[in-house]
Design a protein around this ligand. Structure first.
Ligand code: UDX
Ligand code: UDX
Ligand code: ADP
Length: 463
C-alpha cells in the first residue's frame, strides 16, 4: 500500500513535532494535523514560525520548510479523517480526576471521542495508529468502537508509541534509538504494519524499526518510562543518603555509571522528575497491575512515585529549615519553572509543587523562566486548588529578567537546568540580595566553589 495522505488528531507536544518531521522527511506524503482547539491551530499557522505554540530547538525551521508544502494544520477534523489512509491519534490522555481509577488510571475520553469520530466519518479502509501513551489493551477498545459503529469499513489498529523527549524532540525524531510498531499478526495486520514501516524507512534505518504484537508495543512504552523514572528515583534516594553521610551523589553517579551494565544516562540527581509522562505512565502501570491483582508489582512501581514526591517536598523543607525555619514574607526566587530545560512545557514540573509548599509557608515567590509565560505559571498553581486564584496572584511574581527576579531576595532556588543560569554574573546577583544569600541548586548545575567564594551559602542536591 502506497501512503500519500496522513492525518494526525491532536496538535500537541507529540503530534506537532512528530508530524512536522514526517512531513519534512516524506515530501511525497501530505500530512494534516488537526485539533479541536482553534487557537492552537491558529498558532501553528502563525506566519512567523517562531510563534508556533511549542518550543523545541530546531522545530520552527522544520515547520517553516514543510508547512504549506505538504504539512497542514487545520480544525477540519472530519475532512482530514476522510481523506487520510493513516490516522494518528495523538490526543492527551491525562490521569483520571474522577470516578473509578481516579488519580491513577488514564482518562481515555479523548481517545474514545477520536475513535467515534473516525468511525462516523470513514468511508474507506483505514489504518489507525495509537501515538499517545495508552494503557495496555486500549487498541482493543478502539477496535471495538470502530468495528461496531463503523460503516462496514475495515480498520487496522497499530500501536506506535512515541519515545521523544521534550527539549530534544527534533533530534530524537530525526535519529531515534528505535521505532516501535505493534500490530495484528494477521495478513491484514502485517500489511498495515508494513505501510507504516515504509513511512519511517524514508529516514530511519530498517534495523532500528521493531515490529511486535500490539500489546508488547503498548506495554513497552509504559515499561520504558517506568525504568527511566526508576533510575531518577533511585539516584534521588541515594542523594538523601549522601547528604547524611558525606558522600557526593555526583561522584557516586559517575562511579556506578561507568559500569557498562548500568550506564551513565539518567542518573542526575534532581529536585524530582516532572513532565507529562513519567508519573502518569507509572500510575497507569500501577493501576493495571492492581486490576490483575498483582499487588506486589503495583507496590514495587508505586515506590518510584512516592520517592519522587518525597524528593520535591524534601527540597522545599530544606529551604524552610535553612532559612531559620521561617520563610514568611521572604522573597524566594525561582530560576526556572519548566519541567526540564529547552521546553516551555510545565506539566508536573517540580517547581509547581515546591512553590505551593513555600506559599503555604507564606513565602513570596519570584520566578524567571526563559520560555514559560506568566499565565501558564499561575494556572499551574491554580490547578492544585490549594488556595484562591487571587492568593496565588499575590504570592507569585513573574519577571522577564533574571537579575530583577533575584534582586532583594533571601534565597535563589534553581528548579530547571537552563544553560543560561550558569553564565550569569553571580557576583552582581550576590550584591543585590539579602545576606546571608542562599542558593538551593535543585539541578546541581552551578559551580559550588565559585559561588561559595563569592559569599553565597550554596546547597546542592546530594552533597
Ligand atoms: C555481582 C555483581 O555483578 C558484581 O559486580 C559484584 O562484584 C558482586 O555481585 P555476581 O553475584 O557474581 O556479581 O553475579 P551477577 O552476574 O551480578 O548475577 C547475580 C545474580 O543475578 C545471578 O543469580 C544472576 O543469574 C542474576 N541475574 C543477572 C538475572 O537474573 N538477570 C540478569 O539480567 C542478570
Ligand atoms: C520522557 C521520556 O524520556 C520519553 O522517552 C517519553 O517519550 C516521554 O517521557 P520527557 O518527559 O520529555 O520524556 O523528558 P525526560 O528527559 O525523560 O525528563 C523527564 C524528567 O526527569 C524531567 O523533569 C527531567 O529534569 C528529569 N530528569 C531526567 C532527572 O531529574 N534526572 C535525569 O537524570 C534525567
Ligand atoms: P501530548 O503531550 O500528548 O501531545 P497535548 O495536550 O500537548 O498532549 O496535545 C493533545 C492535543 O489533542 C490538544 O491540543 C487537544 O486539543 C487535542 N485534542 C484532544 N481531543 C481531541 C479530539 N477529539 N479531536 C481533535 N483534537 C483533540
Amino acid at each position: 500500500m502506497e501512503i500519500t495522505k496522513i492525518c494526525c488528531i491532536g496538535a500537541g507536544y507529540v503530534g506537532g513535532p512528530t508530524m512536522a518531521v514526517i512531513a519534512q522527511k516524506c515530501p511525497h506524503i501530505q500530512v494534516t494535523v488537526v485539533d479541536l482547539n482553534e487557537q492552537r491551530i491558529k498558532d501553528w499557522n502563525d506566519p512567523n514560525t517562531d510563534n508556533i505554540p511549542i518550543y523545541e530547538p530546531g522545530l520552527a525551521e522544520i515547520v517553516a520548510e514543510a508547512r504549506g508544502r505538504n504539512l497542514f494544520f487545520s480544525t477540519e477534523v472530519e475532512k482530514a479523517i476522510d481523506e487520510a489512509q493513516i490516522i494518528f491519534i495523538s490526543v492527551n490522555t491525562p490521569t483520571k480526576t474522577y470516578g473509578k481509577g481516579k488519580g491513577m488510571a488514564a482518562d481515555l475520553k479523548y481517545i474514545e471521542l477520536c475513535a467515534r469520530q473516525i468511525a462516523k466519518v470513514a468511508k474507506q479502509n483505514k489504518i489507525v495508529v495509537e501515538k499517545s501513551t495508552l494503557p495496555v489493551r486500549t487498541a482493543e477498545a478502539i477496535k471495538s468502537i470502530l468495528d461496531n459503529t463503523g460503516n462496514g469499513v475495515q480498520f487496522q489498529i497499530l500501536s506506535n508509541p512515541e519515545f521523544l523527549a521534550e527539549g530534544t524532540a527534533v533530534t530524537d525524531l530525526l535519529n531515534p534509538d528505535r521505532i516501535l510498531i505493534g500490530g495484528d499478526t494477521t495478513p491484514e495486520g502485517e500489511i498495515a504494519i508494513n505501510a507504516l514501516v515504509n513511512v519511517y524507512a524514508n529516514w530511519v534505518n530498517r534495523d532500528k524499526i521493531l515490529t511486535t504484537n500490539v500489546w508488547s508495543s503498548e506495554l513497552s512504552k509504559l515499561t520504558a518510562n517506568a525504568f527511566l523514572a526508576q533510575r531518577i528515583s533511585s539516584i534521588n534516594a541515594m542523594s538523601e543518603l549522601c547528604e547524611k553521610t558525606g558522600a557526593d551523589v555526583n561522584e557516586v553517579a559517575k562511579a556506578i555509571g561507568m559500569d557498562s551494565r548500568i550506564g551513565p544516562k539518567f542518573l542526575k540527581a534532581s529536585v524530582g522528575f516532572g513532565g507529562s509522562c513519567f508519573q502518569k505512565d507509572i500510575l497507569n502501570l500501577v493501576y493495571i497491575a492492581k486490576t490483575y491483582g498483582l499487588n506486589e508489582v503495583a507496590d514495587y512501581w508505586e515506590q518510584v512515585i512516592i520517592m519522587n514526591d518525597h524528593q520535591k517536598r524534601r527540597f522545599s523543607n530544606k529551604i524552610v529549615q535553612t532559612l531559620y525555619n521561617t520563610v514568611a514574607d521572604k522573597k524566594i526566587t525561582f530560576l526556572g519553572w519548566a519541567f526540564k530545560k529547552d521546553t516551555n512545557d510545565t506539566r508536573e514540573s517540580a517547581a509547581i509543587y515546591v512553590a505551593d509548599d513555600l506559599i503555604n509557608e507564606q513565602a513570596k515567590i519570584s520566578v524567571y523562566d526563559p520560555k514559560v509565560s506568566r499565565n501558564k505559571m499561575l494556572s499551574d498553581l491554580d490547578y492544585l486548588e490549594t488556595r484562591s486564584v487571587q492568593e496565588n496572584i499575590n504570592s507569585l511574581t513573574i519577571f522577564n529578567d533574571a537579575y530583577d527576579a533575584c534582586k532583594d531576595s533571601h534565597a535563589i532556588a534553581v528548579l530547571t537546568e537552563w544553560d543560561e543560569f550558569t553564565t550569569y554574573d553571580w557576583q552582581k546577583i550576590y550584591q543585590s540580595m539579602h545576606k546571608p544569600a542562599f542558593v538551593f541548586d535543585g539541578r546541581n548545575i552551578l559551580d559550588a566553589k565559585k559561588l561559595e567564594s563569592i559569599g553565597f551559602v550554596y546547597k546542592g542536591i546530594g552533597s
